[in-house]
Design a binder for this molecule. Sequence first.
Ligand code: AMP
Ligand code: GLY
Length: 430
Amino acid sequence: MNILVLGGGGREHAIAWALAKSPRTDSLYVAPGNGGTDGIAQNVPDLNPEDGQAVLAFVRENAIDFVVIGPEAPLVAGVADVLRAAGVPTFGPDAQGAQLEGSKTFSKKFMDANDIPTARYASFTDLEPALAYVRELGAPIVVKADGLAAGKGVVVADELEDAEDAVRSCFDGAFGDSGKTVLIEECLTGPECSMLAFVSDGKAHCMATAQDHKRAFDGDRGPNTGGMGAYSPVPIVTPDELAAMHDIMERAAVATAREFDNDYRGVLYGGFMLTPEGPKIIEFNARFGDPETQVVLPRLESDLADIMLAVAEGRPDDIDLRWSEQWAVCVVLASEGYPGSYEKGKVILGIDEAEQIEGVTVFHAGTAKNFDDELVTAGGRVLNVVALGDSFDDAREKAYEACDLINFEGKQYRSDIGKRAAAGRAAWEN
Ligand code: AMP
Ligand code: GLY
């Protein structure tokens, strides 16, 4: 098969890496791709992944058999709709299904209609009633811009004042159209855990659990980021919680087939909080998580191309997921200043040495080649250093050993990925 992957982050490098291992893959293209996909696939830097007609034209010109959509923006923009309407097998839901991620209000209504446990909420399009509701519920309380805001449209406010400021800033246009509708939610407590599932024809095949680290600095301090690291599996989840999470994902999958005009075909990402009353959904995403994918796919022993094609073609019974017993840890190396402003163009050294360590793979996120063909930084999150190990500690040690070997000016990373989970559930009881 000739396969086109849309996107250019660490997630897409991990997807392309797994697809490249498949005997079914002939030519592999990534649009736009990054400095890492360059080595295993053909990058298509000039193709805009959000332009459905342009993607379709590329598919026709290059005899592409199958398209995999990585990020949320092309899904919400309806690129899957255009491709499917033209008969191209596509991994990723239509625009309607992508609203599960694209609109938090839509997603909440979907959860309510299908008995999916989640935080209580109300949604507002005017300032005064929103402020009145915030004051009625009191802090701690959560304020969210309704639309896509690259993970930045959520404020968990411990003080009433902060919540009121957040509501005002949404309506003042801090998140553009995304903030024209504001959700106010009850604040849940507990560890967070992601469960991703391949969904097709109303059936969910759940993947291994993973946990992201959203805050910029050690000890879960500092601003929210796109994700500073992840690990899989999540050891603190009890068997009862795991069963409840599977059940929720399966029920959500059944509902996608019933509620959406076209069957949902892609990944449904359940962002869970393990509350004292059981697992509840904080959010659904309509795609693979980043950086969760970078720890989940290296543990997948089955052929990803087979799985994705079965999802795209509505053959969920042909999906067979087998997982390695190994642990995976991913540490994100970021540019100095991220998630604020940062410089680009710093030369990156040491990746080959790092990958000499058994079980270590480096997925690129923001990298590019300069005019001298040197690998340089080109984004806030630069590299995902992933290690597989026979125990959690083994994987963590190898990941950090590899991080030490890689250098670029301003390299910053969290030194505590997985540390809290390794200490056990009690680490959350405070
Ligand atoms: P979201 O973009 O909806 O995933 O929210 C980003 C982060 O905000 C989540 O990963 C949680 O850490 C936090 N968060 C969101 N909703 C809630 C909630 N209802 N209660 C507590 N924390 C939340
Ligand atoms: N890791 C969080 C996300 O992909 O949304």
